[in-house]
Structure formats: structure tokens, C-alpha cells
Design a protein around this ligand. Structure first.
Ligand SMILES: [Mn+2]
Length: 304
């Protein structure tokens, strides 16, 4: 009944009461390859309506004690001006965070993480830790990547340079694929981020990677989770702009996310679903399932 929302959650009637806000960001103004992530939030909403409220494996019931609401899609006016669009996104998150709402953003291309992190950084006294699951490091910049300053391939370069995230408490997981430039992701290594290639992910296994996350980031440290759907193998998530062969499975992603329950997540995003490249809706459905695990993680231990 009613109109489509994330997990059939209520549309917030009084935003001041919301504990966790599910926020769509329909934006693809910064993509390098196939467009379409502006359609991601609505496709994930629709598929998420098939999921139930209880996590059978972890017994989490995120909706039981918290007011989790769909805050709708951000309306971005300056879609042809990337910097202005990012400023609009940042202002929106400022308005959410001042009400103590924990944000989970549904993109949108990966450039949206930058304005979200800019807003989040103003609410805490130190750079955030980051757990970043992706096929790409997204730290390309300047002459190693497209010569443009802001793209969906550069948010974590800027987030580090602007002091939003602590590179020594940043881990990037699932990295693979082809490059434009041999030095494209040097910044991740040079700045001290822990880069886990897909080969290392399978050599060590997801449990060991989870232990590395725990060693790197104290359990109370404010941590942001960014999940790019292109971390998943294209056989299970073809609906994305920059697919890379040989990724993790949805099952591994879900197991791995559940294992991160020791961390203090203060916000999260799920990005890069471009549903029109996948007429089966499988990508959006898998994204909705991953989003539910993220919701369980973020809601864990939070007050009423
Ligand atoms: Mn990415």
C-alpha cells in the first residue's frame, strides 16, 4: 500500500524525530563511463519493498526500536554544475546532521560521498575512518585521471586532502580492473591507506580482511562506510556504470558486512547503481539486500 519507499519505511512526517534517514541522491553528473545512476534510488526503493524487517542470520530488527524513515530524494537544481551540485548535497546533509539524524545515502555516482563527508566532518572533531568497498580506489586526480578536479573517480583523494578522512584509518577493499594510467591510484598507497586488492581478498579471505579493519580502526572511532555496487562481480551486478570483471559475490559482501559489527558507523552510502543496464532488476535487488545489511550495521547499538 502507499507509494514506494526504502523497505516500505515511512516517509518522515516529522523529521526531528528521525533516528536514521534513508536519503536518495539521484545524480550522475560526475561519471566517466556509462551514465544512469540518477535512476538508482528509485530502482532500489522498488526492489527493497520485497525485503522483510528481520535479519534471519543476525536477528537484527533495525525498525523495532528506531524511527527509520525515507527522507525522499534530494532535489538537485544545478545538475549541469558539479561543484554547485555538490554544494547543494552538502547543505542538505548539514540540515540533516544538525537534527542528529544518522544518514544512509543511496546514490547516485560516487562523487556524492565527498559532499556528504564534508558535512559529516563538521559534526566531529577529527577526520573520519573509512571502510570503502569498491572495484576502484577512487583516488585518481589531475594528470593521472581525466585532468578534471572532481569526478566519481576522485572523492577519496579530495576527502583526504581536505582532512575529512584519516588515510591511516582508511581501507579500500575489492580493488581490480584496468587503468587509464599506471599511477592512477598511487595516492591511496602514498597517503597510507590500506588497499586490499581482489587477489588479496581471496588469498586472505573475508574474515581476515575484517580483522584487518578491526586492527586499523578502533571500535569507538567514528567511521563511514562507502559501498560501491561495482565491487560486486558483474554477473550479479551488471547495472553499473563502470563494471569490472572478477569481483566479490553478493554472498561474500553480505558475510563481510555482517562481520563489521564491531565498528562505530556514523553514516554510510551505497552508490553507482545504474538500473537501466540491467533489465532483470537483479542489480537493484542485490543493492537493496546489501543496503539492508548496511542498515543493520548502522542501527546496531543506537538508542531509541
Ligand atoms: Mn567508487
Amino acid at each position: 500500500m502507499g507509494i514506494s519507499t526504502f523497505f516500505r519505511a515511512p516517509i518522515a512526517d516529522n523529521i526531528f524525530d528521525v533516528d536514521i534517514g534513508l536519503i536518495g541522491i539521484p545524480f550522475d553528473g560526475a561519471v566517466s563511463n556509462r551514465p544512469g545512476t540518477r535512476h538508482g534510488p528509485r530502482a532500489i526503493r522498488e526492489q527493497s519493498s520485497m525485503l522483510r524487517a528481520i535479519n534471519s542470520a543476525t536477528k537484527n530488527q533495525p525498525f523495532k526500536n528506531l524511527y527509520i524513515a525515507d527522507l525522499g530524494d534530494i532535489f538537485i537544481e544545478s545538475t549541469f554544475d558539479l561543484v554547485s551540485a555538490h554544494n547543494e548535497i552538502e547543505k542538505y546533509f548539514d540540515s540533516i546532521l544538525i537534527k542528529n539524524i544518522i544518514p544512509i545515502a543511496i546514490g547516485g555516482d560516487h562523487s556524492i560521498s565527498l559532499p556528504i563527508l564534508r558535512a559529516m566532518r563538521k559534526t566531529i572533531d577529527k577526520p573520519l575512518a573509512l571502510i570503502h568497498i569498491d572495484a576502484h580506489c577512487d583516488t585518481g586526480y589531475g594528470d593521472t585521471y581525466s585532468y578534471a578536479k572532481f569526478t566519481h573517480g576522485s572523492p577519496f583523494y579530495h576527502a583526504t586532502e581536505e582532512g575529512l578522512i584519516n588515510p591511516h584509518k582508511t581501507i579500500q577493499i575489492g580493488i581490480r580492473g584496468t587503468l587509464n594510467d599506471i599511477n592512477q591510484w598511487n595516492y591511496s598507497y602514498d597517503s597510507g591507506m590500506r588497499v586490499v586488492t581482489i587477489d588479496e581478498f581471496y588469498e586472505l579471505g573475508w574474515k581476515e580482511i575484517s580483522n584487518i579493519c578491526s586492527d586499523l580502526i578502533d571500535k569507538d572511532y567514528p567511521t563511514y562506510l562507502s559501498f560501491d555496487i561495482d565491487s560486486i562481480d558483474p554477473s550479479e551486478a551488471p547495472g553499473t556504470g563502470t563494471p569490472e570483471a572478477g569481483g566479490i559475490t553478493v554472498k561474500e559482501a553480505i558475510w563481510f558486512l555482517r562481520s563489521l559489527n564491531r565498528h562505530n558507523f556514523i553514516g554510510a552510502d551505497l552508490v553507482e547503481v545504474a538500473p537501466q543496464w540491467d533489465p532483470s532488476y537483479l542489480t537493484a535487488f542485490n543493492a537493496a539486500s546489501i543496503l539492508f545489511e548496511i542498515l543493520c550495521l548502522v542501527s546496531k547499538g543506537k538508542k531509541i
